[in-house]
Design a binder for this molecule. Structure first.
Ligand code: XUL
Length: 526
């Protein structure tokens, strides 16, 4: 008999499903539903509601609920053996918050399968829309919370991150300040992850330690709500937040709504969801401390798993709980692929292959030139004023500039991940630019670490499916090992290993000192 587990990922633009068969160690089904295309009546663009204020980014919670109905209907139509799924977990875009009134818990408990989820949930919200992670309208609230908690370092030490505009605590504070009446009518605040889990479980679901850490409200070490952080955000918050729990923990049997409507097994278990980044950490197989992934996308993201909680005194990086029970870090560098592309185009380099050839035509460290490629305001290090800065680098030398941007990005990653105090043993490179081998060689040399390529489509949904399998085994009284759970699902591409060149690594050990000096100098001057 198949042992099927379903992982769902409610991201900014789509809801995805991945079903795994743990007997055959295979992904047996994948599907994505794009919100704009499948549910145009909500009027979103790339999953976000249009707003005259460019800083405000909200999404409609009813759209996420309708997407769940639609995706199950599609799975049924596709002939998926829904009755054989034994546990479900999921992940959601992080930080987004949903505000429910005192009717919500009752409505969830008796979801009527004759109606849609949207019809069932009408009248259950104290705020019709949800601020999501792209919202940056809460600078004032961040400053207030940071001040109350004792500054950047203290806020990061207490909650895992400095106060950030997209984090849920500052967003809740803004809601309380601007709409106090609606705030008072809020009985329960959910994250996207816990909201979706609540629908499946038919009751208000806990928030997990991964997504909970993205709120500036959770004590990152104790993994419980932080009383001072709650007070700093809004009054009576302790009464409005659900309990915290480990992701994958069983909430109960799946709601009868899904059994009657779509033929789910009445014994199937609904488990606690997590954020898309913690789920991706599992989906990429980062389960041991010291395992790191670098995702080279529009922005470059550095993920690492960490046993002991270390926080970033400069408040640039984030620490979240990892579904494996330890911690994970996330550092986001905004000037990633787009910045590389800008340099590529500025020098008339036709494509990425030619860009790679430029990299190999120059020696490691070039002639000691440094480029700070902040085409956009940068998150790490914090740079509000975009600008390109060159040191000992001839602006007219195309190859030197192509090399310099990649070296700068890698040195910045090495420098700004030092607070983690975890020396990576292996880096998994993923995302668009990860098939650019000369770029990966620079990554290996700068980090002085082996690099392997890994490509997992829908890594968050896969991580969620693996999390469902883990939660199910725990509930069955087994003591599952994460290594065994992920085995076969998260393998790097065979023969993709790139080893650091010891001579080049030595060059970068020196050059990084200069890079750091240049960065400090510019940061002081802007
Ligand atoms: C992480 C973050 C984003 C969202 C994307 O802090 O804001 O990665 O989780 O869905």
């Amino acid at each position: 008999m198949a042992t099927l587990f379903l992982g769902l990922d409610s991201s900014t633009q789509s809801l995805s499903a991945v079903i795994i068969d743990t007997n055959r160690r295979k992904v047996v089904y994948e599907k994505s539903l794009n919100f704009d295309k499948a549910l145009p009546h909500f009027g979103t663009r790339n999953g976000v509601l249009p707003d005259p204020d460019p800083l405000v980014k909200h999404g409609p919670p009813l759209m996420w609920a309708e997407a769940l109905d639609r995706l199950f209907a599609e799975m049924k139509k596709d002939g998926v053996a829904l009755g054989e799924i034994i546990a479900i977990s999921g992940s959601g875009q992080q930080h987004g918050s949903i505000y429910l009134n005192d009717r919500a818990a009752g409505a969830l408990a008796k979801l009527n399968p004759q109606k849609s989820l949207v019809e069932n949930l009408r009248g259950c919200f104290s705020r019709p829309t949800s601020p999501i992670w792209m919202d940056s309208s809460t600078a004032a609230e961040c400053a207030e919370i940071r001040k109350k908690l004792g500054g950047i370092k203290a806020t990061a030490e207490a909650t895992g991150s400095d106060a950030f505009e997209r984090f849920t605590g500052p967003q809740i504070r803004k809601f309380y300040k601007t709409e106090p009446k609606a705030y008072n009518q809020t009985a329960s605040i959910a994250l996207v992850s816990s909201f979706m889990a609540s629908l499946l479980a038919g009751k208000i679901a806990p928030i997990d330690y991964g997504d909970g850490a993205g709120m500036n409200l959770m004590d990152i070490r104790k993994k419980s709500w932080h009383p001072d952080a709650l007070k700093a955000a809004a009054p009576d918050l302790n009464k409005k937040l659900p309990s915290l729990a480990a992701s994958g923990k069983v909430i109960g049997k799946v709601s009868a709504y899904f059994v009657r409507k779509f033929g789910l097994n009445p014994e199937a278990l609904a488990t606690v969801w997590t954020g898309d980044n913690p789920a991706s950490v599992i989906g990429l197989g980062l389960i041991q401390s010291g395992q790191v992934a670098i995702s080279l996308g529009t922005s470059d993201t550095f993920f690492g798993s960490m046993k002991k909680c270390q926080t970033d005194a400069h408040g640039e990086g984030h620490v979240f709980g990892s579904p494996t029970g330890g911690y994970m870090t996330l550092i986001c560098f905004k000037n990633g692929s787009l910045a590389r592309e800008k340099i590529r185009d500025a020098y008339g380099v036709k494509d990425w292959k030619k860009f790679g050839a430029m990299l190999t035509s120059t020696p490691p460290g070039g002639k000691g030139g440094i480029l700070l490629p902040w085409f956009e305001a940068e998150i790490v290090p914090r740079v509000n004023q975009p600008g390109i800065h060159r040191f000992d680098l001839d602006e007219k030398d195309a190859a030197a500039n192509c090399r310099a941007i990649v070296e700068a990005q890698m040195m910045s990653m090495r420098l700004h991940s030092q607070w983690m105090k975890v020396a990576p043993e292996c880096i998994y490179a993923t995302g668009g630019a990860s098939n650019d081998l000369p770029l990966l060689q620079i990554m290996a040399d700068v980090m002085n670490c082996r690099v392997e390529r890994i490509e997992v489509s829908k890594s968050a949904a896969l991580g969620a499916a693996l999390q469902a399998a883990h939660g199910w085994l725990v509930q069955a009284g087994k003591n599952p090992k994460w290594e065994k759970i992920v085995a076969g699902f998260t393998n790097p591409i065979p023969n993709s290993e790139i080893r650091p060149n010891p001579k080049a690594a030595k060059v970068y050990d020196q050059l990084i000192e200069k890079y750091s000096r240049c960065e400090r100098e510019v940061l002081k001057s802007i």
